[in-house]
Design a binder for this molecule. Structure first.
Ligand code: AHM
Ligand code: MG
Length: 337
């Protein structure tokens, strides 16, 4: 079937058989995410109209102010996945601990856990700039029918069976992979349907955009400073251009289409940057690799890092393959391990 006018619903059904562990369960899960994405999209679009923006007066485990829409998006995704009895566990950037679903019910034969950043880049909401949702799916490692444990969540990114994001931008898109390439669907808000608009998305091998918060420059490791100087140097196809929205999903999305690198390095010797391995880096890394790009912490493939806790952070470089490899060269030259 030509992809013209193909809806996400049709695409899921058509591609279910191609998925090696296909039982329909993953398809139902993606369908639930599609539904929650529409609900959250509706709320995000209303943000400027109703008095819903602003801090909810709670702080999350990272000690950051939560904003009302984060709470709302978190609730919507958790509700949708719980009500439809579709997964056995959920971990969210907004929750201190993971949630076990129907752990008392021996009939719960669900085998997937979902990790989610319900509304990433949420400081952009008050100023009408794009935000996103990021999700990641794993098969549980403990026996089906028993309560999930932390082990089910602390899996390496290379064990992901699906990952994706929703970008609530000038138009709303859902972009995801189940390990057979990356496809992007655009929401037609008039009828509430996602259409396949970006089949087989791929990062160009090279690019000329670098995305990093240069306000942190003096704190960056020497290799990152050197790479930034390299990007700015007038030579060959350089200087590159700098674009930083401060919304990972949007920066990633643009770089995948145009070619570029996103970086959130260490900002002091003590910290590991800002982004969370499980909720942000692994799903974006899976998408990047499926789209012919690359993701690393400067030394190691992101998806090969063994997580040790739910909310841990890692330095993150992600984007066009040649650009990420160039940045790694600079990092490893300045600070060999
Ligand atoms: P959040 O999960 O608290 O929204 O933080 C993640 C966001 C990313 O989307 C974005 O790339 C980054 O934080 C921006 O951080 P900074 O303002 O430090 O540059
Ligand atoms: Mg986030």
């Amino acid at each position: 079937m030509s992809h013209k006018h193909q809806t996400l619903g049709e695409f899921i059904i058509e591609n279910q058989a191609a998925f090696k562990y296909s039982s329909g369960e993953l398809s139902r899960l993606i369908n639930s995410i599609r539904l929650a994405a529409k609900v959250v999209n509706h709320e995000v679009n209303k943000a400027g109209l109703v008095d819903i923006i602003g801090a909810a007066g709670e702080t999350n485990i990272q000690g950051e102010d939560q904003q009302k829409l984060d709470v709302l998006a978190n609730d919507k995704f958790i509700q949708t996945l719980t009500n439809r009895n579709i997964v056995c566990g959920i971990a969210s950037e907004e929750e201190d601990d993971f949630i076990s679903i129907n752990s008392q019910d021996e009939n719960n034969q669900n085998k997937y856990v979902v990790l989610i950043d319900p509304l990433d880049g949420s400081s952009n909401i008050d100023v009408n700039v794009s935000v996103g949702t990021i999700f990641s799916v794993y098969r549980r490692v403990t026996p089906v029918g028993t309560p999930v444990t932390i082990e089910d969540f602390l899996q390496k990114g290379n064990q992901q069976v699906a990952a994706g994001y929703v970008v609530y931008g000038t138009s709303t898109m859902l972009v995801y992979t189940t390990g057979a390439g990356v496809n992007g669907f655009t929401l037609n808000p008039a009828i509430g349907t996602f259409y396949l608009s970006h089949p087989n998305m791929e990062f160009p091998l090279d690019g000329n955009i670098y995305s990093v918060n240069e306000g942190n420059y003096i704190h960056f490791p020497q290799g990152i400073k050197d790479y930034i100087k390299y990007c700015q140097k007038e030579e060959g196809d350089r200087p590159y251009t700098s674009r930083y929205i401060g919304s990972l999903v949007s920066d990633f999305h643009r770089n995948m289409i145009k070619g570029g690198i996103y970086m959130y390095p260490k900002c002091s010797p003590k910290t590991n940057g800002k982004l969370r391995l499980l909720y942000e880096c692994n799903p974006m890394a899976f998408l990047a690799e499926q789209a012919n790009g690359k993701a690393s912490d400067g030394y190691t493939r992101i998806m090969d890092i063994q997580p040790t806790e739910l909310h841990e952070r890692v330095p993150f470089l992600c984007g066009s393959r040649n650009m990420v490899e160039k940045a790694e060269e600079f990092i490893q030259l300045a600070d060999p391990k």
